[in-house]
Design a protein around this ligand. Structure first.
Ligand SMILES: Cc1cc2nc3c(=O)[nH]c(=O)nc-3n(C[C@H](O)[C@H](O)[C@H](O)COP(=O)(O)O)c2cc1C
Length: 370
């Protein structure tokens, strides 16, 4: 049984959750706790008194970074500040916690916590991405932050951490953004999907510890700690999903796939040749074709409509498990907010209010993944 947990703490207001985590789980696990010097300012005197977090080399004799790294079955950093993430990503070892990290051979669970602006800063995104090649980044998620703000940067909850540590999680594919079909080597047809709803779903699934394959348009940023696969046209999208779906449990088909494909001309069609007729051939129904190949894949389709019709016929035709409907006249492509209807084969499961797409993502996942 993996009972020895080495817990790292850094300077974040979210440290109150660290105290809750330790007091809840110390019955089942042996904790040894390391803190950055700043981290000590965010935990209570009572906690320091009871659990004696180590921060200074002089706190222990010998070579504690070696002994602690070898003692730990699990190494969890909760919360990880922007500063600590950057140090770890760049091999800085100027205290006990960062030196022990460098000594530790196995993947570390790292739970970032910070304000959204800090988290989305390209330097931090890049450092999270670097860390994710060796470690398991858990969260952050969208929710309440310091000074009453809301955003992406909230530390995941203690029980979720243990859910992730103790249970292996399913693999899930989330597609996001528009396809782009080439007319010639220069021109394309595409659509105005922003990919925001798919991205929000992928972020929330990552925060819950799932292995997420984020299949995104090549013009959309990858996610730092997902397995990212970029596509441009609908054929490339189909090929990626077909390959990844073999061992996946769910497919969230949020990408906006072109209804039509084109016989691409080579070179550049010039206006000098006068009017030009473009033949748009109906595309295959990508989600229907995938589901036909892999019946066990729990498949969630997304339907951008100009009305609120609960399109049970569409769901049945595609033979998928769930359909999320949104009215693009109310919330056009690119909106921050969304309002959805979620149906299965028989009934309406949710009619949401108008909420931030991250909150809608939570609602969809809570309903579909029990
Ligand atoms: C009230 C307060 C709350 C803070 N919360 C966070 C936070 O949640 N995440 C973060 O990355 N930095 C936060 N900071 C800034 C860090 O404490 C600061 O970057 C510090 O240098 C981190 O040190 P450490 O990484 O060595 O623990 C906060 C600062 C203050 C004053």
């Amino acid at each position: 049984m993996s009972n020895n947990i080495l817990l790292g703490i850094s300077g974040s207001v979210a440290c109150s959750k660290t105290e809750l985590l330790v007091s809840t789980y110390s019955k089942n696990f042996n904790f040894k706790i390391l803190s950055t010097f700043n981290g000590l300012n965010y935990i209570s005197d009572k906690f320091i008194e009871e659990y004696k977090p180590l921060s200074d080399w002089s706190d222990l004799k010998g070579s504690p970074h070696i002994e602690l790294a070898r003692w730990a079955d699990i190494f969890l950093i909760y919360p990880a500040s922007a500063n600590l993430i950057s140090k770890l990503a760049n091999g800085i070892a100027d205290d006990l916690l960062t030196s022990t990290y460098l000594m530790y051979k196995n993947p570390v669970y790292i739970a970032p916590a910070m304000h959204e602006e800090m988290y989305l800063n390209p330097v931090i995104q890049n450092n999270v991405s670097k860390l994710s090649t060796k470690n398991l980044i858990i969260g952050p998620r969208f929710g309440s932050l310091d000074i009453g703000d809301k955003g992406l940067g909230r530390l995941i909850e203690p029980d979720e951490v243990f859910n992730i540590i103790t249970k292996s999680k399913d693999k899930i594919i989330v597609t996001s953004g528009p396809t782009t079909e080439k007319i010639d080597d220069v021109k394309v047809i595409s659509n105005t999907s922003s990919g925001k709803q798919g991205r929000a779903i992928a972020i929330e699934l990552l925060a819950r510890g799932y292995e997420v394959i984020y299949v995104h348009s090549s013009n959309i940023e990858p996610l730092p700690h997902a397995k990212n696969k970029a596509f441009s046209d609908s054929k490339a999208l189909f090929n990626i999903i077909e390959k990844e779906s073999i061992d996946s449990k769910y497919l969230f088909m949020t990408a906006a796939v072109s209804d039509f494909i084109i016989n691409k001309s080579s070179g550049k069609i010039s206006r000098d040749n006068g009017p030009f007729n473009l033949t748009l051939n109906p595309n295959i129904d990508v989600v229907k074709a995938i589901k036909e190949k892999n019946e066990n894949l729990i498949t969630i389709g997304f339907s951008a409509q100009v009305n609120n019709e609960l399109n049970f016929e569409k769901l049945k035709y595609k033979n998928i498990d769930f359909l999320v409907i949104n009215n693009i006249l109310d919330n056009p492509f690119g909106s921050k907010n969304n309002k959805i209807y979620l149906i299965d084969k028989d009934k309406l499961l949710i009619e949401s209010g108008t909420h931030d797409k991250n909150e809608i993502a939570n609602l969809i996942i809570d309903t579909i993944i029990k």
